[in-house]
Design a protein around this ligand. Structure first.
Ligand SMILES: Cc1cc2nc3c(=O)[nH]c(=O)nc-3n(C[C@H](O)[C@H](O)[C@H](O)COP(=O)(O)OP(=O)(O)OC[C@H]3O[C@@H](n4cnc5c(N)ncnc54)[C@H](O)[C@@H]3O)c2cc1C
Length: 364
């Protein structure tokens, strides 16, 4: 297996497709961290490939990998998306030495994560000496808490700016507090609390200039990746819905067919938005931010529509443990909850009022 960081390979998508097909045939433990599945991903070229993604086939490849994983297992999708985000942040804002350290860690199989969300008063970084800093505070919703080997975190400096810090957690995993992660779905992500208080890091852990994490369009447009993971689950629901209609003969009913037609439109339309969002975002296009913000809402609505349609079409059977619709619905219901969704759509609408943000081929 070619594990060179950033190595582009035509094999990513077929390998991931085979892997997730196998996952879909296996029994499933939703409560636990999906260690076996993460290990399987680690053994593929996709683990280190998406450090930098060019528009065109590379962006399409990442999209396909994310949606395939999301279709089979949203928790693994969230973990893998965070891993890719972590690699990309170091590649984008890190020094040559930091990029090398990141590449070596990734090649050894390190799992990366990006933790920005925090409980009040948030994570702070205090300078102790010319090359020594101390972290104080916690992160919440920290996907892979206690499992991630390297976390990219935002921490507030004394002057109020926010510093991106890469923290080696390989010997710090007991700092995770996952007791409070009692949720209906996405349990495998173990997105608990992580307490950094007292942890001392060197200057070589500080990535980029203060406030670099929120640089646009990368910051907002990068959200296309989670829409791709979500899209996979929406596609999974559509597939299970179709299988049910075919297997039970309910597809002969025009009311069921009308509902299924609406699902096909929702899922295919969302796919078109995500496809274009990926290309605009990776091209760093001016309209990428508004486009991705709008895409978030489009995928959210498709997800809500498919979950509702699945419940109505399949009925009570879809609520039983072990039914894939139950599993996807519980995971997706939570994973659709991303930051400030109303404001995201509002910002997108305001941008569209100024100019069409569809891309080169406007109004088409
Ligand atoms: C499974 C899972 C894994 C996660 N992993 C990570 C991770 O690894 N790293 C990380 O950093 N984060 C992570 N998160 C956090 C995630 O990115 C979001 O920040 C979080 O899910 C949003 O929570 P919320 O719904 O409470 O947010 P909110 O953004 O607060 O939204 C709740 C509602 O309040 C509204 N609202 C918010 N602010 C205002 C306002 N000022 N005025 C009016 N209305 C407002 C919104 O529009 C929405 O209707 C994870 C979340 C989940 C569920």
């Amino acid at each position: 297996m070619d594990h060179r960081v950033g190595a582009f390979s035509v094999d990513h998508v077929p390998v991931i497709r085979d892997l997730v097909a196998q996952w879909e045939r296996e029994p499933w433990d939703q409560e636990a961290f999906p260690a076996g599945r993460i290990a399987a991903l680690r053994a593929t070229t996709a683990w280190t490939a998406f450090v930098g993604v060019a528009p065109g086939p590379e962006a399409q490849d990442l999209l396909d990998v994310l949606r395939l994983i999301g279709r089979a297992d949203l928790s693994v999708g969230r973990l893998f998306e965070g891993h890719v985000n972590g690699l990309q942040l170091v590649a984008t804002y890190g020094s040559a030495e930091q990029r090398l350290t990141m590449a070596q860690a990734a090649e050894r199989g390190a799992l990366f994560g990006v933790w920005a969300t925090e409980p009040t008063p948030g994570l702070r970084i205090l300078q102790l000496g010319p090359d020594q800093w101390r972290l104080e505070g916690k992160k919440s919703f920290a996907t892979g808490a206690g499992q991630v080997d390297r976390a990219l975190v935002t921490a507030q400096r004394a002057d109020g700016t926010r510093q991106l810090v890469s923290v080696d957690l390989s010997t710090e995993k007991p700092r995770a507090d996952i007791d409070g992660w009692r949720v209906r779905g996405m349990r495998g992500t173990i997105s608990g609390l992580f307490d950094f208080s007292g942890l001392v890091v060197g200057g070589d852990s500080l990535i980029g200039a203060p406030d670099v994490y929120q640089t646009e369009p990368r910051f907002s447009a990068g959200a296309w990746r989670f829409t791709a993971v979500q899209l996979g689950a929406v596609e999974g629901l559509a597939r299970h819905l179709r299988d049910h209609l075919v297997a039970t003969g309910k597809g002969a009913d025009p009311i069921q067919r009308a509902r299924f037609a609406a699902c096909i439109v929702a899922v295919r339309s969302a796919g078109e938005w995500v496809r274009r969002a990926a290309q605009l975002a990776e091209a760093q296009a001016d309209e990428a931010v508004a486009f991705v913000l709008m895409t978030r809402g489009v995928v959210e609505e498709a997800g809500l529509a498919l979950m509702e349609a699945a419940a109505r079409t399949v009925g009570t059977a879809s609520f039983f443990t072990g039914n894939p619709i139950d599993r996807i619905t519980r995971d997706l219901g939570l994973y659709l909850r991303q930051p400030v969704p109303d404001q995201a759509r509002d910002r997108a609408a305001a941008a569209w009022l100024e100019a069409d943000c569809w891309g080169e081929d406007r109004w088409w």
